[in-house]
Ligand binder design. Structure first.
Ligand SMILES: CC1CCN(C(=N)N)CC1
Ligand SMILES: CC1CCN(C(=N)N)CC1
Length: 331
């Protein structure tokens, strides 16, 4: 079995959403595939009105295939302190023609204001590892873990694009979606994340390769690229107008600064992925400003590097849960 679904970026590529069908008859919601968490949760009719702001709601009572998991609950808090919580139903879920008939669907009773404000986002499909699922009293499998046994190959792939729709595929690798070879690196899933080690980085086409191991996670649910302080300093040190601006909470530089270099990160076997400098001028600091907030910021608050969408949209990535490895290719 296999599946394929288009993903669409919201403005500034802040997040990527995909259509998902839940229940019988099908209820279509737009969900955020997040490899940095492992809960499948949705806005639902259980929410208070005050927490809803245009989102499409899953109504378990309108689904003939929904069964409430009595006595089960969930609560999750994200890196940006946003949170959600609620009840759990088993129901059929289809993503890109791939159906899981008994998915644990976490129906929200409460969401924080960041989610309420995000009116296009109807919930998350966590595709980290199930060990960090928050459902109590017994944690539940991710959509991918439920689908995996029936797939042609135990993999899903992410093809995120800058300012354009991309694609998530399940169960196969589309050889037309990338160029050159796929370099595989081992994953350590003990924290529930797609954790891997990059052998180093290079600033610009002429810079030397810095062989410094970077421990991090591949995370579709984080917008930016959060790297060690020293790497940020090496990169921004090459941009004439760059500075750390405490009032903005990060590095900024003139959006059109022609000294902005590309950034390369190593994946192994001598392969590097090139992130165009243009991806690193993330967004204007305010409408009238000539300065941009950098797409690369420090990971000092997190404790490990997060290869978020800024990096992922420069690559074709294979999330191989069958062999606990990540595949990286240019495109
Ligand atoms: C380590 C953190 C990374 C960002 N998160 C996420 N994508 N859900 C939360 C966990
Ligand atoms: C990984 C998630 C972090 C929290 N989100 C949000 N505040 N809209 C969504 C993505």
């Amino acid at each position: 079995d296999r599946g394929s679904v288009q993903n669409s970026p919201k403005s500034y590529d802040v997040e990527y959403l995909m259509p998902v069908s839940l229940g019988t008859p099908a209820q279509q919601l737009n969900l955020d595939l997040d490899t940095g968490s492992s809960d499948f949760w949705v806005f639902s009719t259980l929410l208070k009105e005050s927490m809803i702001n245009g989102q499409t709601l899953y109504d378990p009572n309108a689904s003939t295939t929904a069964d409430k998991m009595e006595g089960y609950s969930w609560k999750i808090t994200y890196g940006d302190q946003s949170y959600s919580s609620g009840d759990v139903y088993v129901d059929t879920v289809t993503i890109g023609d791939l159906t899981v008939s008994t998915q644990a669907v976490e129906a929200a009773r409460e969401v924080s204001e960041e989610f309420t404000a995000d009116s296009d986002n109807d919930g998350l499909v966590g595709l980290g590892f199930g060990i960090i699922n928050t459902v109590m009293p017994y944690k539940q499998k991710t959509f991918f873990e439920k689908a995996m046994p029936g797939l042609d190959s135990p993999v899903f792939t992410a093809d995120l694009k800058s300012g354009a729709p991309g694609r998530y595929n399940f169960g196969y690798i589309d050889d037309g979606a990338y160029t050159g070879n796929i370099t595989y690196v081992p994953v350590n899933s003990s924290d529930g994340f797609w954790s891997w080690v990059s052998p180093g980085f290079q600033v610009g086409t002429t810079g030397s390769f810095n062989s410094t191991r970077i421990h991090g996670i591949a995370d579709t649910g984080t917008t930016l690229l959060l790297l060690p302080e020293g790497v940020c300093e090496a990169f921004y040190g090459r941009i004439a107008s760059a500075k750390y601006d405490a009032s903005q909470g990060g590095y900024t530089f003139e959006c059109n600064d022609s000294t902005t270099p590309d950034f390369y990160f190593g994946t192994g076997n001598g392969q590097m992925i090139r992130i165009p400098g243009s991806y690193l001028a993330y967004s204007k600091t305010d409408t009238s400003s000539l300065r941009c907030f950098g797409g690369m910021q420090s990971d000092s608050g997190v404790g490990f590097t997060i290869w978020g969408d800024i990096a992922l949209k420069a690559a074709f990535i294979v999330f191989d849960q069958g062999s606990e490895r990540l595949g990286w290719a240019e495109k």
